[in-house]
Design a protein around this ligand. Structure first.
Ligand code: GAP
Length: 525
């Protein structure tokens, strides 16, 4: 049973606020959020002590815990709820696979070099940053090299590094990391540029084991690699990143989805240019904005997941991509974009991949990748709808959405308002002081909470206010303080992150209470 609320029972954390003022970030710039993320070891630039090559970031303990929870929520929403399969496939793929899939030929970005300083840039990005091209509304994405060369010279584009003009002609740069399998030269392979290919390669075997009745969903969470030309967007454009991809294999003669009836009256927020509109899912499908019911179902799932991880609905929108921005394998793409303090970020690409990949691999290997459709008494190559979500981009958007600057919620320090389901720890446990058995009792409470499956962290140094502030700074939803009353009546103080309210809870009831607060998303008293 909870006892009465005792506001700020163990101090306000004002000293921590003073300590933080020096490096105080102000909201609104990605550099600021990156400063906070790095200072708190949420993210760590990879190989930092050797100079941190661009496009690689590690996750510290806090970042790692949040990312894992986001990935697990994806698994729950996209796999477990629909009874789909999860697999884990090799990262290194033989060249033949990527030749067949089209990546060896098509997976490239336009490259331009500066003859003076020898730096290299993405040609379309230089145009996107050119003030005159911007004024003329030039959209360079997806343009071929010749057109890009013409535009760069028309707008007198200069090298962003040395400021000189006369940039080279634009050429293609393939984004795949190349390697060699074993010591025999010529056994070329690549780090996979998407996790999807492994799923297509294993499809036939999974069908053999689980039956060929369509639809079949197979998902994977894993690393992908793209040797981005000049990744300058902090953690957003990485050379190594995690994708959460589902390949949904279905019979193209039936593009309905059994759950469509349940979601067709729900609304999705769509972007069209700079305008946004909430559109009923049924209407979006009947008017062709969404290609089919299947795709609609997976867009709706994206909305559910984004709300669960703390991105409010007014911050994200779906956008139907124009053909020039649609990948080579897709008959229609809808991206999910999130509005962040560093601009609009594409975090999911949902593609109607048709039978493109299975057909390519069947042709290249001579292996039959069709399935028998009992009702039609014939073999078909299934079609695929693929929601492909970037875990690192979603992670960054979650940080951005949940960041609360000092002053918010009456706090004198900046903090994160993570939903408890993705917070890095369920609770922090403190002894009020390190004496008279309080620390031992707190250790007992910590062990008991851990035993019940909660992630907890024990912290005994610093004033109690400072410890609360530190927990807030990384978004821990609940703090448990063991004090002298605990020794006499067996209760502890449970403090809620968002409003600092405190209640007394019996030690034996703590784990159950915290678990149900996490489930409810309760972050205030
Ligand atoms: N299998 C389809 C595919 O890979 P994509 O649109 O190229 O499609 C899907 O990538 C998602 O992967 C993107 O929406 C983004 O979230 C993430 N992603 C792609 N390139 C990335 C990069 N360089 N750094 C971080 N995330 C990236």
């Amino acid at each position: 049973m909870m006892a009465e609320t005792k506001k700020e029972r163990h101090g306000s954390g004002a000293n921590e606020a003073k300590a933080q003022k020096e490096a105080a970030p102000s909201r609104g710039q990605k550099e600021t959020l990156m400063d906070v993320a790095i200072r708190r070891s949420i993210l760590i630039p990879s190989s930092e002590i050797y100079g941190s090559p661009a496009g690689f970031y590690d996750y510290g303990p806090v970042g790692c815990a949040i990312k894992r929870k986001i990935e697990d929520l994806w698994r729950q929403e996209f796999l477990q709820k629909d009874g789909f399969h999860e697999i884990e496939t090799a990262i290194i793929l033989p060249e033949a696979v990527l030749k067949a899939s089209g990546h060896a030929e098509n997976f490239a970005d336009p490259l331009v070099s500066c003859p003076s300083c020898k730096n290299k840039f993405r040609a379309d990005h230089l145009l996107a940053e050119n003030a005159d091209a911007k004024k003329d509304g030039v959209n360079a994405e997806g343009l071929p090299p010749q057109k890009l060369s013409g535009l760069l010279s028309r707008y007198k584009a200069k090298c962003p590094a040395c400021g000189k003009g006369g940039l080279s002609e634009v050429g293609w740069f393939n984004l795949m990391f190349k390697t060699n399998i074993g010591p025999i030269e010529g056994n070329t392979a690549y780090c996979r540029p998407e996790t999807a290919q492994g799923i297509f390669l294993d499809f036939a075997r999974i069908v053999r084991n689980y039956g060929s009745r369509l639809p079949i969903g197979i998902g994977q969470v894993g690393r992908s690699f793209r040797n981005e030309i000049s990744p300058r967007q902090g953690s957003l454009r990485r050379r190594e990143f995690t994708q959460m991809e589902l390949e949904y294999f279905f019979n193209p003669s039936d593009q309905s989805h059994p759950n469509f009836g349940k979601i067709k009256h729900e609304k999705l927020r769509f972007a069209n240019g700079n305008r946004h509109e909430n559109i009923e899912i049924g209407k979006a499908v009947s008017e062709g904005l969404i290609p089919n019911e299947i795709m609609a179902y997976f867009l709706y799932k994206q909305k559910i997941l984004y709300l669960a991880v703390g991105i409010p609905e007014e911050r994200f929108a779906f956008r139907r991509m124009p053909p020039e921005e649609t990948p080579h394998y897709s008959r229609g793409n809808i991206d999910l974009e999130v509005e962040t303090s560093s601009g609009v970020v594409e975090t999911v690409g949902t593609a109607y991949r048709t039978d493109y990949d299975l057909s390519c691999h069947a042709k290249a290997t001579g292996i039959d990748l069709s399935v028998f459709v009992e009702e039609e008494k014939k073999r078909i190559i299934p079609h695929v709808v693929e929601p492909s979500m970037g875990a690192d981009r979603l992670f960054w958007c979650v940080l951005d959405s949940c960041f609360r600057a000092r002053g918010t919620g009456g706090k004198e320090w900046d903090w994160f308002d993570f939903p408890p389901a993705i917070a890095p720890y369920h609770a922090w446990v403190f002894p009020l002081m390190k004496k008279e058995g309080l620390d031992e009792k707190a250790r007992e409470a910590e062990a008991m909470l851990r035993e019940s499956g909660l992630t907890v962290y024990y912290q005994e140094s610093g004033s109690i206010g400072r410890r609360y502030a530190r927990a807030d700074e990384i978004g821990v939803p609940y703090c448990i303080t063991i004090d002298f009353d605990t020794l006499s009546d067996g209760t502890a103080t449970l403090r809620f992150r968002n409003d600092g309210k405190q209640v007394r809870v019996k030690l034996g009831e703590l784990a159950g209470k915290i678990a149900s607060f996490v489930k409810e998303g309760k972050v205030g008293g």
